[in-house]
Design a protein around this ligand. Structure first.
Ligand SMILES: *Cc1c(COP(=O)(O)O)cnc(C)c1O
Length: 372
């Protein structure tokens, strides 16, 4: 009898070596595994204020038509997004979350000889998509938890085809300034496609934080990624989008699976994009809560990386995974970052006021520190 192993490895080496993306631990899983009642989750940068109310109403209504396939071309949602930014519908591509678009970019544009350029320790979906596709990439060290765009610029070679810049960044929460981004984008080799991932755009408040759209038309191959998962509170519905020129958009649409965004997600997002009230409320709440959380952490003597997002990166005095596990036993789920190469760090998403206080109290207990 022959087993499949006799014919060599079942998958190519790049697939064999993949380490799956580890999402934040679901609340139900912690309840199941440790029998903990009412845990809180501050692990996936979700919106603590819930779902955009307008989106919720639209999604409920859309459920009634769920026997039908969605519009595979996403006409209504793409039109709404285009209208919001004064672009053309042909310049908008929809994704099943923006991670879908990251995958499409890698698959559509990178050949076996091409390279992607990343910042080390940044969002893991970039390297996962690249490894899955068996494509090459170079990682540049950040400086003080920030993208080092000068070093990235120097790392561009004739093989460089795709550059990913998360601004603000995840998991550091830091940002690159308008001046830094502008210098990076100036006179890039024309074959380079710059992907500016603005998943936390709505939360950024720094005066010199640049809106990627202000560079529209200045870079020949430019892609802005945004998502409904964070500020609009639709993480569970999976919908994000790319803004780019029609040629790049056309290729993304060639590799996109039909119906990659569900009917419910399309309708919810269409309503959410005009729910400025909810986005502004989320933005203001998170800015204020970030201040409270930061001061609470500083009072515990825990270093905090300055953040422009709805989460913070903190440095703990012990192994990060160990502190994470101790916090789990207190019913608090945060994100360990060993997979990102940060061994003594945790990422903590902003929750409701009582959740943030519970996290601070649990951390104080786990670290044996007083909150005074
Ligand atoms: C959360 C996040 C996304 C968005 O993911 P979705 O697939 O839209 O949920 C994209 N990029 C970064 C850097 C993120 O942190």
């Amino acid at each position: 009898m022959s087993t499949p192993q006799n014919f060599g490895s079942l998958v190519p080496p790049n697939i064999e070596d993949l380490i799956p993306y580890q999402p934040g631990k679901p609340i139900e899983e912690l309840e199941r595994e440790l029998g903990i009642k009412n845990p809180i989750k501050l692990a996936s940068n979700e919106n603590p204020l819930g779902v955009s109310p307008k989106a919720l109403a639209a999604a409920s209504e859309a459920l009634l038509s769920s026997n039908r396939y969605p519009d595979g071309g996403g006409f209504r949602l793409r039109s709404a997004i285009a209208r919001k930014y004064g672009l053309d519908r042909e310049e908008v591509v929809l994704g099943n979350g923006s991670v879908d678009l990251i995958d499409l970019l890698v698959r559509a544009f990178l050949g076996p000889e091409d390279e992607a350029l990343l910042s080390r320790h940044s969002f893991m979906s970039y390297s996962i998509a690249l490894k899955t596709a068996g494509r090459r990439f170079v990682e540049v060290e950040p400086r003080d938890y920030r993208y080092d765009l000068e070093a990235m610029r120097r790392a561009i070679t004739p093989a460089t085809k795709l550059v990913f810049v998360a601004n603000p960044d995840n998991p550091s929460g830091t940002y690159v300034s308008r001046a830094e981004l502008s210098a990076f984008l100036r006179d890039l080799p024309p074959r380079v496609i710059v992907v500016l991932d603005e998943a936390y755009f709505e939360f950024a408040r720094a005066d010199d934080y640049p809106d990627g759209l202000s560079f529209w038309g200045q870079v020949p191959r430019f892609v802005i990624l945004r998502t409904f998962a964070k500020a609009h509170g639709l993480a569970g519905l999976r919908v994000g989008y790319a803004l780019t020129n029609r040629i790049v958009a056309g290729y993304l649409n060639r590799v996109r699976l039909p119906f990659n965004v569900s009917l419910v997600a399309q309708r919810a997002a269409e309503a959410a994009i005009d729910d400025d009230e909810f986005v502004q409320r989320s933005r203001h709440y998170c800015a204020e809560a970030l201040g409270v959380l930061t001061r609470g952490l500083q009072a515990l003597g825990v270093p905090v990386v300055p953040s422009q997002t709805n989460f913070v990166l903190i440095e703990v005095p012990r192994d990060g995974v160990e502190v994470y596990q101790s916090l789990l036993r207190e019913g608090v789920i945060v994100r360990p970052l060993a997979a990102y190469g940060y061994k003594r760090h945790l990422r903590v998403s902003i929750g409701l006021p009582e959740e943030n206080q519970r996290f601070l109290a649990a951390l104080a207990k786990v670290l044996g520190r007083s909150t005074e």
